[in-house]
Design a binder for this molecule. Structure first.
Ligand SMILES: [Zn+2]
Length: 492
């Protein structure tokens, strides 16, 4: 047997200011020929796992490109086409293969391509023909189109947000694909469109119980996998939306019924599962008023994991204006300021213009008199599930009673290692400011006295009805108050 694997992904915020270029992949994850290193990137880790499982069966594996970019705006057309063509060329050279297994994100949009995954899959299907099983693992912030499912045999999506289960889902997909390759099972996919968009934290009820229920239902005989594709509300494409996916062993009707049942349950919970955010002033008031520490202020609007540049200054400016000290800011993306501080070296004191450079959604730059406390070159940090994220050159600065971590490569703060790797103890501060929507939660909840989800101005608007949408298939809640009225078909 011979298996072909590959990874290609990013999560495209179609309104974000920065285009996703080749450097965005190179500075995040770009591996050829399976050279993943000891601690693979989160999206490369499934390929390593599938290689090990295949080796245990004595099967050959050809590993294509493995590439992921920290989310930004539209992927540059030629960049997408080159990466896609490289995967297809490797596959062509590897033919004949017995299966294809892909680690994808599911929300990659390029200039001229609303659904890169659908386009890539179409190319793969053309090469392998109709009878070879193809399976994919998706991030739960994905756009699942009907056409994508038509060409696919198995889809398994992360269940957890923060995404701590990428290895468990890769294992699950392998089990299904192995059964298909050995002709023991015939996976078929059922899908139900919930006609809604939103962001749902699986760390809170009632989402927590919904995820647990999906897992419990998977233990029934013919159900191979149940997933919820939450969707990515800042990617304006026709297939945007929340979908339940059920993979059964050749039980299409049963799968369809189960997907619809779960989807309607979720629809009925829509108000409860929508997170609550505090506006900027209220968030700072609440953080300052809290007597215990640390208070974690999550700057969801500038989350680099969702297309925010990572250089907005709104929260820090408020803290500075109010004279709040004992704060650690992790971090501010500013390659120019970082290179200045790296060049000046540890102990240097200088006037620095920091952050606020990408555009109006980043606010105004901060002018600070800083002391460079530490410099780390080509730095990587421990992220979700023991994976790594690249920060590039980075510096720890002190100014106005606050500590700042500034860095060269865009990088979300997902774990306390973001601070700890600079010798800081995040638990000792009154306030921690992290640029993250929800991935920080697993690592910071154990040390936080309080977590505040702050709706500061920025690239990611929390109010789904206020995000600029033109391409999304309608009707869909909350853009349309009742998308089920008259049962108008939603073309996704
Ligand atoms: Zn995600």
């Amino acid at each position: 047997m011979k298996i072909f694997t590959a990874c290609l992904g990013t999560e495209t915020h179609t309104g974000a200011p920065l285009p996703t270029d080749l450097a965005a992949f190179e500075s995040s994850h770009l591996v050829r020929g399976g050279a993943h290193g000891e601690t693979p990137h989160m999206f490369g880790a499934p390929l390593v796992l599938w290689r090990e499982r295949a080796a245990a069966k004595g099967w050959d594996v050809v590993e294509g490109l493995s590439a992921f970019a920290t989310p930004s705006g539209l992927v540059v057309r030629k960049v997408y086409e080159d990466l896609r063509d490289e995967i297809l060329e490797t596959l062509r050279a590897a033919m004949p293969v017995d299966a294809v297994i892909l680690s994808l994100h599911g929300a990659m949009v390029a200039d001229g391509y609303d659904d890169c995954e659908e386009d890539l899959l179409l190319g793969i299907r053309e090469i392998v023909g109709p009878d070879i099983p193809i399976g994919a693992e998706y991030d739960l912030h994905c756009h699942v189109s009907r056409r994508f499912l038509d060409d696919l045999n198995a889809l398994v999506i992360y269940k957890e947000y923060p995404h701590t289960d990428f290895r468990a889902r890769a294992e699950e997909l392998w089990t299904i694909m192995q059964g298909a390759i050995e002709n023991r099972i015939k996976p078929v996919i059922s899908a139900f469109d919930c006609r809604m968009i939103g962001l749902y934290h699986t760390t809170r009820e009632p989402m927590r119980s919904f995820v647990d229920r999906m897992t419990a239902l998977e233990r029934t005989e013919r159900v191979l996998s149940i997933s919820l594709g939450h969707g990515f509300p800042w990617g304006d494409v026709p297939a945007e939306g929340t979908r339940v996916i059920v993979v059964t062993d050749d039980r299409q009707a049963e799968g369809d019924a189960l997907a619809e049942k779960l989807g309607r349950e979720l629809w009925n919970m829509r108000d409860e599962i929508t997170p609550r955010y505090l506006e900027l002033d209220a968030a700072i008031d609440a953080a300052v008023a809290e007597t215990a520490g640390p208070v974690v202020i999550a700057d969801m609007a500038d989350n680099p994991g969702g297309g925010g540049p990572g250089d907005s200054t709104f929260i820090v400016r408020q803290l500075l204006q109010r004279g709040v000290g004992d704060v650690a800011v992790g971090g501010i993306w500013d390659p120019v300021a970082t290179s200045i501080c790296v060049g000046a070296g540890v102990g240097a004191r200088l006037s620095l213009r920091l952050g606020g450079k990408t555009g109006p959604s980043s606010g105004e730059p901060l002018d600070l008199d800083v002391e460079v406390k530490r410099v780390l070159r080509e730095h990587s940090i421990i992220s979700l599930g023991g994976s790594t994220r690249y920060m590039g050159d980075a510096a720890l600065l002190h100014a106005n009673g606050m500590d700042f971590i500034i860095h060269e490569a865009r990088c979300q703060n997902t774990m306390p290692d973001f601070f700890e790797s600079f010798g800081l103890d995040p638990a000792r501060y009154k306030i921690l400011v992290v640029k993250s929507m929800q991935h920080f939660h697993g690592g910071y909840a154990p040390i936080a006295a309080r977590i505040i989800y702050c709706a500061a101005p920025g690239t990611l608007t929390w109010d789904m009805s206020k995000i600029a949408h033109q391409k999304i298939a309608r009707p869909v809640w909350p853009i349309d108050a009742d998308p089920w009225r008259g049962n108008v078909e939603r073309p996704w």
